[in-house]
Design a protein around this ligand. Structure first.
Ligand SMILES: Cc1cc2nc3c(=O)[nH]c(=O)nc-3n(C[C@H](O)[C@H](O)[C@H](O)COP(=O)(O)OP(=O)(O)OC[C@H]3O[C@@H](n4cnc5c(N)ncnc54)[C@H](O)[C@@H]3O)c2cc1C
Length: 387
């Protein structure tokens, strides 16, 4: 078993509480012992290791940031550290946990009635009920406001028609938090995926997030009862509120992927000799390692500061946009540079950087692409909507 002790050049550990360090140690140990051995076979087979779901639940990861309803109720930094450890193994793990927790459970927690919270959250925290978050459609990605899925009122409930695409957990979820227009306003609905008229499909030819399930959902005259509506949802901003919670987990998660790449590459370049010397002794190699360590340190500082702001109730969406695109880009750059330093060995699944790099392509795109977050930050800085 690989005893990973982290890359922490700035001694950020000293800024963590004992509880936060303990949470990280527990998840880190599980990742090294139970998750790491599953990652490569699952990635190669494009298969989600569902056997690990009960263990993830046992670690308290699902809805860890929520209070009550069987959730662990840890603080934002501890939650971030959990995400960082999961993504150190593979972005597919963090993605799975983050869709369950930050998107589906958060939507029900923030916008659901007490009855809806009681009905769904304990099972979701226990991992016996899986959730998906259906916002994107095939023709509406960066512009979800243009969605065509709609609901109409009928006796005792709503009839829903439309389809969603690129949805994580689509074919394994028992419920989907579905965003649809009702009287031209985007609202959230909790839809049981076993209802008549709901069909799911899986996207099989992905080169990225291969161990995460991604697919589509179609809704044809699906009848849901009144209590499917998340009453407190009020337009696209409600969906974006959930996305901000998931983006926060990305800000931390990608540092785990980057740290794993850097750790792997430092170890490899110390062992691998060319021209009679270890690669790690060449100036050009050390320059790259130093640049990557500096980049990772900046991303770690950013994540920790966001966590502390969140604790104090001061986290603004502009902070999340800044850190989502910036930390993801840094992690992607680090993964690509590490792959380069590994030479031919770096193109296989024997070493992690290319796998992380392929995964991070998705992280760069989903939950708002890099461009979208730059535009959001640009508007915040200038007051102008871009043209
Ligand atoms: C593996 C995976 C899992 C996903 N899981 C989910 C999920 O669980 N739930 C969900 O709802 N969605 C999910 N998504 C969808 C994801 O959120 C969308 O892919 C993302 O929002 C981008 O939309 P798009 O792919 O349609 O790209 P597009 O919107 O078509 O964008 C293509 C390119 O054009 C750029 N672009 C678009 N508009 C502008 C503009 N105005 N100015 C400048 N550049 C622009 C983009 O930045 C991008 O580079 C997932 C995607 C993937 C790949």
């Amino acid at each position: 078993m690989n005893h990973y002790s982290g890359i922490d050049l700035l001694d950020l550990d000293s800024q963590l509480t004992d509880d936060e360090r303990q949470v990280r140690a527990t998840v880190r140990e599980w990742v090294d012992r139970d998750a790491m051995p599953e990652v490569v076979p699952a990635f190669e087979d494009a298969r989600f290791p569902a056997n690990l779901v009960p263990q993830l639940a046992g670690l308290g990861i699902f809805g860890a940031h929520l209070e009550g309803y069987g959730c662990a109720g840890v603080g934002p930094v501890a939650y971030g550290l959990m995400m960082e450890e999961l993504e150190r193994a593979d972005s597919g793990f963090r993605s799975f946990a983050s869709v369950q927790s930050s998107l589906a459970m958060t939507a029900i927690y923030d916008f659901g009635s007490e009855e809806q919270r009681q009905r769904y959250l304990p099972d979701m925290a226990a991992g016996t009920l899986l959730g998906a978050f259906g916002l994107t459609e095939a023709d509406h990605g960066s512009d979800p406001g243009g969605m065509e899925t709609y609901a109409v009122r009928v006796d005792g409930g709503y009839r829903i028609n439309g389809s969603k695409y690129w949805i994580t957990n689509a074919s394994i979820a028992g419920i989907v938090v579905l965003w649809a227009k009702l009287d031209d306003v985007i609202r959230g609905f909790i839809v049981d995926t076993s209802l008549p008229g709901v069909t799911t499909m899986e996207i099989h030819n992905k080169l990225s997030m291969r161990m995460s399930v991604t697919g589509g959902l179609t809704f044809q005259d699906v009848l849901v009862t009144d209590d499917a509506l998340l009453e407190k949802t009020k337009g696209l901003r409600s969906a974006l509120q959930c996305l901000n919670s998931a983006r926060y987990s990305i800000v931390w998660g990608v540092n785990g992927a980057a740290a794993d790449c850097l750790h792997t590459t430092i170890e490899y370049t110390k062992e691998r000799e060319q021209f009679g010397k270890p690669l790690a002794s060449f100036q050009l190699v050390q320059q790259k390692l130093a640049d990557m360590a500096a980049e990772l340190s900046r991303s770690q500082l950013l994540a920790l500061q966001l966590g502390r702001l969140k604790e104090q109730g001061k986290l603004h969406w502009s902070h999340v946009s800044l850190a989502k695109f910036s930390n993801t880009q840094s992690a992607l750059d680090i993964a690509r540079t590490c792959r380069d330093l590994l030479g031919a060995a770096g193109i296989t699944t024997d070493l992690s950087p290319m796998r992380h790099s392929m995964n991070l392509e998705t992280v760069n795109t989903y939950e708002g692409t890099r461009h979208m977050h730059q535009l959001i930050l640009g508007r915040h800085l200038t007051g102008f909507n871009s043209i």
